[in-house]
Each structure stands twice: as structure tokens, then as C-alpha cells.
Design a protein around this ligand. Structure first.
Ligand code: TXA
Ligand code: MG
Length: 337
């Protein structure tokens, strides 16, 4: 098995690793090798919660057919129960046993899977998917991730894995195993450490129920999806009643408050730069949106680690991946409950 090229990223410090130690309160860290993936798949089969890397962000996985395991995801994240989960699959074939694919869905799956695209499709009857996964909707969000560790785990497990991002609800999504451990250490059973995620932003979500509709900007630019379909994507009309119920106004939030479109830091602010600006943290000094996407959540985690209470962020161009970056920054800056 090729677990490949992505495994050379920084991993947890050895003293944080407790391999094969499993009690209710101890997190078992697994290496992304065949033995580790087999252990992780066994945990999933036993109804446990296992965080694992994908190319977008780390997911917190559970067997999507196991009500108790899925309830455990909501509990670990402190997630509102109305918010449905994405189901991760090893391949499209498994997706077709769960969902009805129309022509648009076929086209998008062929073009972008495996990859950072989630499709919302009509759920077939009697699939065994827990109702807690769909939060009672008649549709299911599915994705085939493009990461050798995620692929290895899904193949070893052999079934559908429900996995939201592996962070406490409302907080910044994790792009390293250390981020996951910092947020959920005592609440989950296993963590496969596959280093840093390459894309760094969650998947783009497109509904193919009716006209293809962009529900969440993400790791694949909407322009690329529209080009594949040869027509523009519809967008959910009213942002106050989003069709992706998880799109809460305040989300992805670091501890400090955020001021957007800032050209310089005011007194007491820490600057998060983009492009050639003088700042202690910079998403991409060269102004590269792909690099900025990959670094965004890590920078927000670093700002928490620096105990930054006020954060000023440079303007980010609003095209390509910049749309998803700005979406996450707006939510990070939104007033909190
Ligand atoms: O990249 C990603 O998508 C990551 C990795 C782990 O795959 N996952 C992720 O999941 O971001 P999560 O749970 O943080 O976000 C899932 C989003 C939520 O906004 C949710 O409301 C929406 O997907 N969603 C799930 N099922 C849906 C459905 N049937 N209809 C509409 N939206 C749905
Ligand atoms: Mg999330």
C-alpha cells in the first residue's frame, strides 16, 4: 500500500503519542501505516470515534450506520443536533448504493472525485444510514476524499463513515493532528496522525437536488464546478436560512476578535497578513490563494496559541479559493452568541 508522499509532515511530539492505549479517557494515536489503519478501522467497527486526516481538514469519524456512534460525534463536538453530517466513502460505487445520482451528479463525481467536493443527493430508501447523520433530511451529503490515509482507512473499514470536521462546534477546523488533540483530546477514542492537510479548507458543497446549487464555498473553486457543468451554479437564496444547515453565522472562531480588510494593525492588534505586508503571521507573503487556504486555519490556531485578543486581517481577493477563505474569515469575525 502506498501511503505516500503526504506523510512527511510534522507529527505529534513522541511524548504525546500513546499507541494502543485504550481507556475511556485516553486518546489512542495511530500511525498512518497499514497496522495503524487496521487498528483505526477496528475502532470504527466497535462504534468508537476516530479522527483522521483528509486533504481538506481532519474529520471526526464514526460508522454512519451506528446511531450511538453518530450521537457520540454530536456529543464530542457539542454540535447542535439539527446539523447533518457528511458521509465519507472509499469510492463512487458505494455512493451509488446510498444516493441517486442524476446527470449533473455523475459529471461532477467523475470530474472531482476523489477530491474536495461534497455532493448533496437524494437518499435512497433502506440504506441503513443513521437518521442522526441526515438530521431527518431526505438528502445525504457524500464525499470521496483524496488523501491516502483517508482512503486507506475507508477501504479497511469497508463502509460509510460520517465525519464532520474534528473540532469543537463553532471553533477553528483542524489541519494537523495536534489541532485535533488540542480541541477534542478527552472526547474521542482514536486519532490517525497523517500530518498537515494539503488543501486546508473544507470541501465545497453542491446540492444536485434540482438545479446544481452551491451550499458552501470550499476547497474547489465554484468557477471550476460551473465550468464542468457548463453553466453557473445557483446559490442558496437567503443567507439567513441556509440550505446547508451548518452554515451558522459565527463559526471557525479563534478566541480573539477579528477585524477584516485591515491594511495595518492598530494598537493592541496582531496582524494576519496576505501579500507583501509587514505582519507577524502571513497567510501567503507572495499573495498565493492556494497557499493562503492551506495556512488559514493553522494561522488562526497560532493566533489562539499567541493569546491574541484582537486580530487584524489583510484584504483577500474574492475569486477562486479567495471566496472560501473570505467566507471562513467573515464567520470567524461574526458576532458570537
Ligand atoms: O472537507 C470537509 O467537508 C470536512 C472533511 C472532514 O470532509 N467535513 C466538514 O464537515 O466540513 P462539517 O460537518 O464540518 O460540515 C458539513 C456541512 C454542514 O454545513 C452541514 O450542514 C452540511 O455539510 N450538510 C450535511 N448534510 C447536508 C444535507 N443533507 N443537506 C445540506 N447540507 C448538508
Ligand atoms: Mg466544521
Amino acid at each position: 500500500m502506498h501511503l505516500g508522499t503526504r506523510l512527511n509532515y510534522p507529527t505529534l511530539a513522541p511524548q504525546q503519542q500513546k499507541r494502543h492505549v485504550m481507556t475511556d479517557s485516553t486518546l489512542s494515536i495511530m500511525q498512518p501505516d497499514p497496522a495503524g489503519l487496521m487498528d483505526a478501522a477496528k475502532l470504527l467497527q466497535a462504534g468508537k470515534l476516530v479522527a483522521f486526516p483528509t486533504e481538506t481538514v481532519y474529520g471526526l469519524g464514526a460508522d454512519a450506520r451506528d446511531d450511538t456512534a453518530v450521537a457520540g460525534i454530536y456529543a464530542a463536538k457539542g454540535r447542535p443536533s439539527f446539523n447533518p453530517l457528511i458521509v465519507h466513502l472509499a469510492d463512487q460505487e458505494m455512493g451509488e448504493t446510498l444516493c441517486a445520482f442524476n446527470d449533473d451528479a455523475q459529471r461532477l463525481a467523475s470530474a472531482f472525485w476523489p477530491g474536495a467536493l461534497t455532493l448533496v443527493l437524494p437518499l435512497k430508501p433502506d440504506t441503513g444510514i443513521s437518521r442522526l447523520v441526515t438530521a431527518g433530511l431526505q438528502t445525504l451529503a457524500i464525499r470521496v476524499p483524496d488523501h491516502p490515509v483517508a482512503q486507506g482507512l475507508l477501504t479497511a473499514f469497508g463502509g460509510p463513515v460520517a465525519a464532520p470536521s474534528a473540532n469543537p462546534s463553532g471553533r477553528v477546523s483542524p489541519t494537523t493532528a495536534a489541532h485535533v488533540a488540542a480541541g477534542l483530546e478527552n472526547k474521542i477514542d482514536g486519532l490517525v496522525d497523517g500530518g498537515a492537510c494539503g488543501v486546508g479548507l473544507e470541501s465545497t458543497i453542491v446540492s444536485c437536488v434540482g438545479a446544481p446549487t452551491l451550499l458552501r464555498a470550499g476547497g474547489i473553486p465554484a468557477e471550476a464546478i460551473a465550468a464542468c457543468l457548463n453553466r453557473p451554479l445557483a446559490t442558496a437564496a437567503d443567507p439567513a436560512t441556509p440550505m446547508a444547515p451548518g452554515q451558522l453565522a459565527s463559526h471557525y472562531a479563534p478566541n480573539g476578535t477579528i477585524r477584516l480588510n485591515a491594511h495595518t494593525a492598530e494598537k493592541g492588534e496582531v496582524m494576519l497578513g496576505f501579500g507583501p505586508v509587514d505582519a507577524p503571521l502571513n497567510l501567503s507573503p507572495s499573495g498565493d490563494l492556494t497557499e493562503a487556504a492551506a495556512r488559514l486555519f493553522d494561522c488562526l490556531h497560532q493566533l489562539d496559541a499567541m493569546a491574541a485578543t484582537r486580530i487584524a486581517v489583510s484584504p483577500i481577493p474574492n475569486h477562486g479559493l479567495g471566496v472560501a477563505i473570505n467566507d471562513r474569515l467573515r464567520r470567524a469575525a461574526a458576532p458570537r452568541d
